[in-house]
Design a binder for this molecule. Structure first.
Ligand code: SF4
Length: 368
């Protein structure tokens, strides 16, 4: 066990847990409030920067706890303003995060695992395999680092922040850490990013979809479908062999029935040229959703080419035709515009990839 493993990452504790930690430390509860605010509201990354704490306390904290564990290895900036961060955990594993500025809000796409154990054939992350699941602190830190880099340490973001759990990893295979991280980020004394601003995407871990249906404070849900038949889905997303479409869509229906006002539920469908984008497949997809009486909208995502994956994106006209077939059968459909393709920040392209001409050294980063 490394030194770092023995230390508690305070960024991964809820406010209540931090109070407990600080009291066990022999300090009054208001110190926990100060530390929580410093880490999550002011987004500080070391105890030494929390000047309101006595020096002796900062020194004691440094001995048994840590304020941050992730370091930035490199940052890539796309022509469209998207920033991709390649970070490292304390045990040297890659973590990727993408910051996507938009007119009215920013979206931060975070990772829930380093690598991914699922074998979706259109995804570059799959090729890493699972390195390990991330801790709640490592999930929260990704957001802190991205916001500090975009706005300056502790500066209020100019726009609202939305989060999407669509980076590396299958979030529902790290469910407890994910839900804990979301709880910490929702705290009004901290980042204050509430669950309805968060969307989590799953390849279809059915028991967790069912569990999410029972949780009142929860993120929005997106299901990555990728194929309209079991035969094709078994091939593109092998997790389908464990939980085939009927089971997955049955769980989706259960979930849909629990939706409350303001909650969003969507299906994602990656469009692979000549593989899953025919007129017939559009009809199969519409019939499948209609048969399960599902009303969630479908987001069509043109595939992002990434060597050595054997796929190409469907041409724009094909995507439009696919969309109009779905719509003619009553399925609400949107086409998602890819962002950050040139820096391998787009969906399915995250694989700890380095692209030297757009690197900025980590020493230039704010809040690194
Ligand atoms: S698409 Fe998502 S679930 Fe599938 S391998 Fe890639 S990261 Fe994992």
């Amino acid at each position: 066990m490394s030194e770092m493993d023995k230390k508690t990452n305070l960024t991964g504790l809820s406010h209540a847990e931090l109070v407990e930690f600080i009291e066990q430390f022999g300090e009054p509860a208001y110190r926990a409030r100060q530390i929580f605010g410093a880490l999550h509201h002011r987004r500080l990354r070391s105890f030494d920067e929390i000047s309101e704490l006595p020096k002796a306390l900062r020194e004691r904290l440094n001995e048994s706890a840590t304020a941050s564990t992730l370091t930035i290895e490199s940052r890539y900036i796309s022509e469209d303003g998207t920033r991709r961060f390649l970070m490292k955990t304390h045990d040297n594993l890659p973590v990727e995060t993408v910051f996507i500025p938009e007119e009215r809000r920013d979206t931060i796409c975070f990772s829930s695992q380093s690598g991914c154990p699922l074998q979706c054939t259109f995804c570059l992350t799959a090729q890493l395999g699972l390195l390990r699941s991330l801790t709640p602190g490592e999930i929260v830190e990704q957001i802190i680092i991205a916001l500090n880099d975009a706005y300056g340490v502790g500066e209020k973001p100019l726009r609202g922040t939305n989060l999407v759990g669509m980076g590396a990893g299958e979030p529902f295979l790290n469910f407890d850490s994910l839900m804990k991280a979301l709880g910490i980020m929702a705290d009004p004394q901290g980042l204050f990013i509430v669950p309805h601003r968060v969307t989590v995407s799953t390849a279809g871990i059915v028991p967790r979809v069912q569990e999410l249906a029972t949780i009142p404070q929860r993120p929005n849900l997106a299901i990555s479908l990728g194929a309209p038949t079991n035969e094709m889905r078994d091939e593109l997303m092998p997790i389908n062999k464990k939980w085939p479409l009927e089971e997955l869509l049955g769980a989706c229906k259960e979930f849909e029935q629990t939706l409350k006002a303001g909650e969003r539920f969507t299906f994602e469908y990656v469009m692979l040229d000549g593989v899953n984008d025919s007129d017939e497949q559009a009809r199969q997809l519409a019939n499948l959703l209609n048969r399960h009486d599902l009303h969630a909208r479908v987001n069509l995502i043109p595939h992002n080419p990434a060597d050595p994956l054997p796929y190409q994106p469907s041409p724009a006209e094909r995507v439009e035709q696919f969309k109009s077939i779905l719509e003619s059968k009553g399925v609400r459909t949107f086409v998602r515009r890819p962002r950050g393709r040139d820096i391998f920040a787009a969906c399915g392209q995250l694989a700890a990839r380095r692209e030297t001409n757009k690197i900025q050294a980590s020493s230039q980063l704010i809040g690194a």
